[in-house]
Design a protein around this ligand. Structure first.
Ligand code: ZN
Length: 273
């Protein structure tokens, strides 16, 4: 572990341990170590596909074949990916009662695969599908069969085009995601930002709402971000290394006593503050 991260990790652990309600906001960066490049980065899906041709409501209506060519590539990428130590650490924080839940901009389902239960998928999920004609949900398991019959896949019930339940450009955030994130953020006094530079609205406003309510912000991000002015702790470091380290510094569970290592580490971190 890089020396300069140590004090930041200790301070992040101290804030998490002291928070009444902590929530996480995650983005593409958390899934990069799982082999899913940021769509917008070199090697990302947007270097292979033009998002305006394959990921808009208009494309879905006028060129569903192109949409599904892109979706097949995305599902292939996601299908091979497994949760990395950053996903696992976030799931463990929730298990220990130190994290109320996650609002994610990712559509890859890796938080749930890691064991996180309270996950608001702000941009939908590439694991869910529904018919544009009748609205019937189509299970993930049915998709290979439907795709084998033709592209775009068609609803067995009405013959309508089946779409992924992801938020395309020009589409609104699903109401259940908006309400779910509001519920999660209400009363939160700590925002843990992981792998998102804060460029995509409206998800980027979530930490600012915590700040306005008097809460703290812990940021784990590589490189420059839009949160520089609001972060109380900023770790410019790989999430898959830093989050497991923060976890080591925290109690094994909230309110039921601390593990020996956790207790020792916490008392040493308190010396810093
Ligand atoms: Zn249908």
């Amino acid at each position: 572990m890089h020396q300069s991260w140590q004090s930041g990790c200790a301070e992040a652990a101290r804030l998490l341990a002291g928070a009444r309600k902590a929530v996480a906001l995650t983005g593409a960066g958390v899934s990069v170590p799982s082999g899913i490049p940021d769509f917008r980065s070199p090697g990302g899906l947007w270097t292979r596909f033009d998002p305006m041709r394959v990921a808009t409501a208009r494309a879905l209506k006028h060129d569903p074949e192109a949409v599904w060519e892109f979706m097949a590539a995305a599902m292939d990428l996601f299908g091979q990916a497994r949760p990395n130590p950053a996903h696992l650490a976030l799931a463990e924080l929730e298990r220990r009662g130190l994290l109320a839940g996650i609002v994610t901009q990712n559509i890859d389902g890796l938080h749930q695969a890691a064991g996180s239960r309270s996950v608001v998928e702000f941009h939908g999920s590439a694991e869910r599908f529904s018919c544009l004609g009748c609205g019937q949900a189509q299970p993930r398991a049915a998709m290979p069969g439907l795709l084998a019959r033709g592209v775009p896949p068609r609803c067995p019930g009405c013959g309508g085009v089946v779409r992924p339940d992801v938020v395309f450009f020009g589409e609104g955030i699903p109401m259940d995601a908006v309400l779910g994130s509001e519920e999660l953020v209400a009363g939160a006094d700590l925002a843990l930002i992981v792998g998102t530079s804060g460029e995509v609205a409206p998800a980027n406003a979530i930490p600012l709402r915590v700040v306005r309510a008097g809460g703290k912000v812990v940021e784990v991000n590589l490189g420059h971000t839009a949160y520089g002015n609001v972060s109380d702790v900023r770790l410019d470091a790989p999430a898959e290394e830093v989050l497991p380290r923060i976890l080591e510094l925290l109690p094994k569970s909230r309110g039921t006593g601390q593990g020996r290592a956790g207790g020792m580490a916490l008392s040493s971190s308190e010396d810093l503050g």
